[in-house]
Design a protein around this ligand. Structure first.
Ligand SMILES: Cc1cc2nc3c(=O)[nH]c(=O)nc-3n(C[C@H](O)[C@H](O)[C@H](O)COP(=O)(O)OP(=O)(O)OC[C@H]3O[C@@H](n4cnc5c(N)ncnc54)[C@H](O)[C@@H]3O)c2cc1C
Length: 380
């Protein structure tokens, strides 16, 4: 490959943010080239838990999250294929009265954003979710939440984007971004392909701290985080909703696939710079398995089939960076999804297309300003 491509918008990063943006831009009839250093979806977007929740989200994220939810609700039509999106509901449970009070306060505020959350007392939980530990104080349930299969979602969105005319180049790590005198950048890749575009979307997930600095000379307090997942053999118990359970400062997240396997995770793993991979941490496997069996006693005897990890970028306030660069015209940042950006992906793509093609978006993304940490402290 030794091509020099030109297009309306170039995208760096083939995770859910970049791919949904490529799809949204191509659907609007504009030319777009997406450059991915590996295979699309090989990082967080393709290996995550697949949870699609508004439940418990920071209020700042709810406008974007609700917009995404409306796409998830008709995801088969959006993606043109079944990606196992199921609207099973999302249930957060707690063992404490304080936890109940916090969820109740959140539910009251979230209703202003159109989220309908139902508080469940301990006896409601026992009646509706009898498989759960009897020691829970209650929970908060959002019925229109659910989950999808990330291994299907990401390649399918890539195929849809390509069918609309997007060009996706894999194994093409962007190694240089040279500003053009006419605006925008010329991106050079290890694959020999170069792309010039007046607008560039920078969506490199767990690599964004490094790429923002190396390619664009911008510094962000974004850290690389690793989350580790576990999947068990199928269980006889039927667990309908996606479940979150905070315990000792960490969340257990758990759901059951249609076949019966239990998918769960808890805690952070390590990044291994030598292999550029999420390293396996035995303690996460044992800890998350123990907490899962504590929450749902019927799971205690199950064998684990496998465990894996994925990388994401996290900001100090756990909010993404989404918006125009303060340093370069023609550069839009979309990263730092801080462990919960899969659900936000479809709406993020639409917002990015609006920013790139219209210069503005109707969705409130004011909490995600790229320069909010420019002076160390978060600007209001
Ligand atoms: C185990 C795990 C479980 C999770 N569970 C959930 C969940 O249940 N619900 C939820 O909403 N979120 C979840 N998340 C978070 C979610 O997966 C991420 O926030 C989201 O996928 C981030 O998408 P992205 O497009 O920003 O990044 P990524 O998916 O990381 O994509 C960025 C891409 O950029 C590429 N790239 C980097 N540098 C370059 C370069 N120089 N040139 C070209 N390409 C480059 C990378 O290879 C990568 O493919 C989870 C994450 C993990 C790891």
């Amino acid at each position: 490959l030794n091509d020099h491509l030109t297009c309306d918008v170039a995208i760096i990063g083939g995770g859910i943010a970049g791919l949904c943006a490529a799809f949204a831009i191509a659907r609007r009839g504009r030319t777009v080239v997406l450059l991915e250093q590996d295979r699309v979806g090989s990082k967080a977007s393709g290996v995550n838990f697949g949870g699609c929740r508004t439940n418990g989200r920071d209020l700042l994220e709810l406008p974007l999250s609700q917009r995404s939810q409306s796409i998830w609700h008709q995801f088969d039509a959006y993606a043109g294929d079944w990606c196992e999106y199921r609207m099973t509901g999302h249930l957060e449970v707690t063992t404490s009265d304080d936890g109940m009070a916090a969820m109740e306060a959140w539910a009251a505020k979230a209703s202003d954003f159109g989220v309908t959350a139902r508080m469940l007392s301990a006896s409601h939980l026992r009646a509706e979710h009898g498989y759960l530990s009897q020691r829970l104080a209650g929970g908060c349930f959002v019925a229109d939440n659910g989950s999808a299969n990330p291994r299907l979602v990401v390649p399918q969105v890539a195929r849809r984007a390509q069918a609309c005319g997007a060009r996706i180049v894999e194994h093409a790590r962007v190694v240089a971004a040279e500003p053009l005198s006419s605006g925008g950048f010329r991106l050079a890749t290890v694959a020999g392909v170069a792309v010039s575009a007046p607008l560039v979307i920078h969506a490199t997930g767990g690599y964004s701290g490094q790429t923002a600095g190396d390619l664009f000379g911008e510094a962000f307090p974004v850290e690389r985080i690793v989350a580790q997942m576990v999947v068990s053999e199928p269980a006889a118990v039927r667990i309908a909703p996606v479940i979150d359970f905070p315990l000792l400062g960490r969340y257990l997240y758990l759901r059951q696939t249609e076949r019966g396997n239990i998918l769960f995770g808890r805690g952070s793993g390590n990044y291994d710079p030598f292999t550029d991979r999420a390293a396996f941490l035995g303690q996460n496997l044992f800890d998350s398995s123990a907490v899962a069996a504590q929450l749902i006693p019927g799971l205690g005897h199950l064998n684990v089939l496998r465990t894996w990890g994925g990388l994401d970028g996290a900001m100090p306030d756990w909010m993404p960076v989404l918006g125009f660069s303060g340093k370069h015209e023609g550069l839009i940042h979309a990263f730092g999804f801080s462990g919960h950006g899969f659900q936000l992906g479809p709406a993020t793509g639409e917002v990015l297309a609006e920013l790139a093609l219209d210069g503005k978006t109707p969705t409130d993304i004011s909490g995600f300003k790229p320069n909010r940490f420019a002076h160390g402290l978060r600007d209001p």
